[in-house]
Design a protein around this ligand. Structure first.
Ligand code: SF4
Ligand code: SF4
Length: 373
């Protein structure tokens, strides 16, 4: 196998590992509850940005967000300033899902569709609007208001069963479906048009010294770099890729057939793709290890700073009784009383499953009664 092909496989393998790990973590959260296993929200660095205003004004995080989420957010900021959107190109599990569906499409249909420029150009701005609305409204409401519409959240709850996810977040489920179908037609569909986090990292990544640089003298204008770019950047006609869309995947550099025609550079220094992958991993895991040692990596409610309490009508069916009590900042015994749960129901029972043990318990009706108060 050629060396460049091997580096591509290293990147895909990393994306696959992060995807499998996050899927397992989401499953564990469903099985063990939020007190023992972090939720998909706690593991997403975007929660740090959504919590920022609350942290500055009250010293607390919004619900479901903990010190570890903020630490992950800060680590990804450092990564972006150093290596542009390497988080998107190497780590993000949602980016991985899109790439694997795109691979499936290329294997079966052997082609890549490109959105017509007249549609593509305006659509690229949608993610900036999503970023502004999501963050400002999260700051205003001090909560993850976006969760029911979030395809990432829907994905994280899939192990609960489609019916349950549909009930809790139908819109998120539909956007997840659109993302999957979109990825079967276009590369990185969600990243290009919808992801608020990618929009944020794209702007911040402009500060990075890392750029893909083309050497006009060595270039033979074969166009393979532009054709291989999942974000459809016109690498072939750029001397330096400065676009906020670049996810620093290095695919163009690895696909270029002419030595020294296309390189990744930090200032005047060439940094080989494999070295860059290694540096990103060292910074990412090294920072996590340091923050863990320093006690700044709590991802569950049992540790770290306090979080804003959920209202009782925000309790979800997939939460265990214990987790719901913690997230509403209610003493466990008091929570049993508030929700009329008999004491013999174990605290690890999911809210929606209490009716399996106590026939006349109606979770939706109890929740509804809190909405009316
Ligand atoms: S743009 Fe968003 S979904 Fe895509 S890789 Fe980046 S963070 Fe992940
Ligand atoms: S320009 Fe190159 S590094 Fe940037 S997204 Fe396209 S293929 Fe990846």
């Amino acid at each position: 196998m050629r060396k460049n092909e091997m580096v591509k496989y290293v990147r895909w393998s990393l994306l696959a590992i992060f995807l499998v790990w996050i899927t397992y973590a989401a499953y564990l959260h469903q099985v063990l509850g939020g007190g023992k296993a972090p939720s998909i929200h706690a593991l997403c660095p975007f929660g740090g940005l959504e919590s920022l205003y609350q942290v500055f004004t009250t010293g607390n995080f919004i619900s479901k967000i903990f010190t570890g989420t903020m630490t992950l957010f800060i680590i990804t900021l450092i990564l972006t300033v150093l290596f542009r959107r390497s988080f998107c190109g190497l780590i993000c599990p949602f980016g991985a899902i899109q790439e694997f569906f795109a691979k499936f499409r290329k294997k079966i249909f052997k082609r890549t569709l490109i959105m017509p420029r007249i549609v593509d150009n305006p659509l690229r701005y949608v993610k900036y609007a999503v970023l502004i609305v999501t963050v400002l409204y999260a700051w205003k409401t001090a909560g993850l208001w976006m969760a029911p519409y979030d395809p990432w959240s829907a994905y994280g709850h899939l192990s609960e069963g489609l019916e349950s996810v549909w009930k809790e977040s139908a819109v998120g489920m539909m956007i997840l479906l659109i993302t999957v179908l979109g990825s079967l037609l276009y590369d990185r569909f969600f990243c290009k048009y919808l992801c608020p986090m990618g929009a944020f990292y794209g702007i911040l990544g402009k500060l990075s010294a890392f750029k893909v640089v083309r050497n006009e003298q060595a270039c033979v204008h074969c166009g393979k770099c532009s054709k291989s770019c999942p974000m459809n950047i016109d690498v072939q006609h750029s001397l330096k890729v400065t676009s906020a869309e670049c996810i620093n995947c290095q695919t163009c550099v690895l696909t270029c057939p002419k030595p020294a025609a296309l390189d990744s550079k930090a200032g005047n220094y060439i940094v080989k793709p494999m070295v860059q992958i290694a540096l990103v991993m060292v910074v990412f895991f090294g920072s996590i290890a340091v923050s863990q040692a320093g006690g700044f990596y709590s991802l569950t409610p049992s540790q770290g700073m306090t979080t804003e309490a959920l209202d009782y009508n925000e309790v979800k069916g997939y939460m265990s009784i214990e987790e719901a009590a913690q997230l509403t900042n209610t003493d466990l015994q008091e929570f049993y009383q508030k929700f009329n749960i008999p004491e013999n129901v174990p605290s690890g029972t999911k809210m929606k499953e209490i009716s399996h043990l106590i026939q006349d318990f109606d979770f939706d009706a109890v929740k509804e009664s809190f909405s009316k108060q």
